[in-house]
Design a protein around this ligand. Structure first.
Ligand code: FMN
Length: 326
């Protein structure tokens, strides 16, 4: 009975048609990658994290991070900030981008972000997250959601208390990455805590951490009772994971192939979209790590990655990929 595990998710006044979410991933989830994932079954996508302070100062570069891809009807913008005053000042620019959902980053472990009290440092100040959410909810009907960790470190696990504050502030959905800030991204994610979070609150909960296959996603849904799953590193170079998961959950037997040919053809489509959105020079420079991720684990692919790293323009990429393209 896996069918019941694929279903819509209600976030405040918005209904997301499915529960397979693409994570916000700084440096990865730009318009091109989100578009590729949506075409392959992602139910919902988020921008890369956007500095609310930069938004308040009306930065052009930051505004670009909030643009939608052409196939992106629903779209979450994730912001990072450390206080309600910044939220208030950022809201006018944020609303111009017309997000479906506004998500607050309470999980980023990077010192540049946490030293100012933003990202995972907010785990230490549940009252501040409450004020931030209250401020945004007071200005717009767009649902506000939070993405957080289990705590700052293993000695200060406080996700229940933190979630309670966020909900008191008006949060419509909780996404929890089952690691503390000090764990970064390594080791097993703590799914027991995700299960515990879900059992304590009525708002929808999305689980994050260690979802690297369709089977992992199913296991997370089944064992923790969460409303949806968040694909992060498991989707990098592997947008096929969405369709595979959906097929597994709805009992569709058809096989989603990801032969080397399909992977490279998808990487090429991804690069072409990035060129469309960013122009050739920027796309060819920024896309290297994404393109490399498509071939990770494939036998004999190191030589291919070495060529990708040195490619400078679309023509050189075409030459590298040509034997795999139709
Ligand atoms: C390169 C990278 C960038 C990330 N950027 C963000 C981000 O901008 N905002 C955020 O909330 N989480 C970010 N995360 C965390 C992921 O969304 C996710 O919660 C985490 O990777 C755990 O899932 P996983 O173990 O399945 O990868 C990032 C993770 C990675 C590896």
């Amino acid at each position: 009975m896996k069918e019941s595990f694929f279903h819509p998710v209600h976030i405040g006044n918005v209904t997301i048609p499915g529960n397979l979410f693409l994570a916000p991933l700084a440096g990865f989830t730009d318009k091109a990658f989100r578009s590729i994932c949506l075409d392959r079954g992602a139910s919902f996508t988020y921008s890369e994290m956007v500095s609310a302070e930069a938004l308040a100062r009306n930065s052009e570069k930051t505004r670009k991070l909030m643009e939608r891809a052409e196939n992106e009807k629903l779209f979450g913008i994730q912001i990072f900030l450390s206080n309600a005053d910044t939220a208030k000042r950022a809201i006018p620019e944020l609303l111009k981008a017309d997000p479906t959902v506004i998500d607050i980053n309470c999980g980023c472990p990077v010192p540049k972000v946490t030293k100012n009290g933003a990202g995972s440092a907010l785990m230490k100040t549940p009252d501040v997250i409450k004020e931030i959410i209250k401020t945004i909810v007071g200005e717009t009907d767009i649902p506000v959601t939070v993405k957080f960790r289990t705590g700052w470190d293993l000695n200060s696990i406080n996700y229940l208390n933190f979630a309670e504050s966020a909900i008191e502030g008006g949060a419509s959905l909780l996404t929890m990455h089952g690691r503390t800030r000090s764990q970064g991204y390594s080791g097993e994610a703590d799914w027991e805590s995700i299960k515990n979070l879900k059992s304590n609150f009525d708002v929808p909960v999305i689980g994050s951490g260690n979802i690297f296959s369709a089977e992992d996603a199913f296991k997370m849904l089944e064992t923790t009772g969460v409303d949806g799953v968040l694909f992060a590193r498991g989707a990098m170079g592997n947008p096929f994971i969405f369709e595979r998961t959906k097929n597994l959950l709805i009992g569709n037997e058809s096989i989603v192939t990801n032969s080397m040919d399909i992977k490279i053809q998808t990487a090429w489509e991804h690069l072409s979209l990035a060129v469309h959105y960013k122009g050739e020079q920027t796309a060819c420079r920024e896309m290297k790590k994404q393109l490399c991720s498509y071939t990770k684990g494939e036998e004999g692919s190191a030589a291919l990655r070495n060529r990708i790293v040195h490619a400078e323009n679309l023509e050189e990429y075409r030459d590298i990929f040509k034997e795999y393209l139709p």
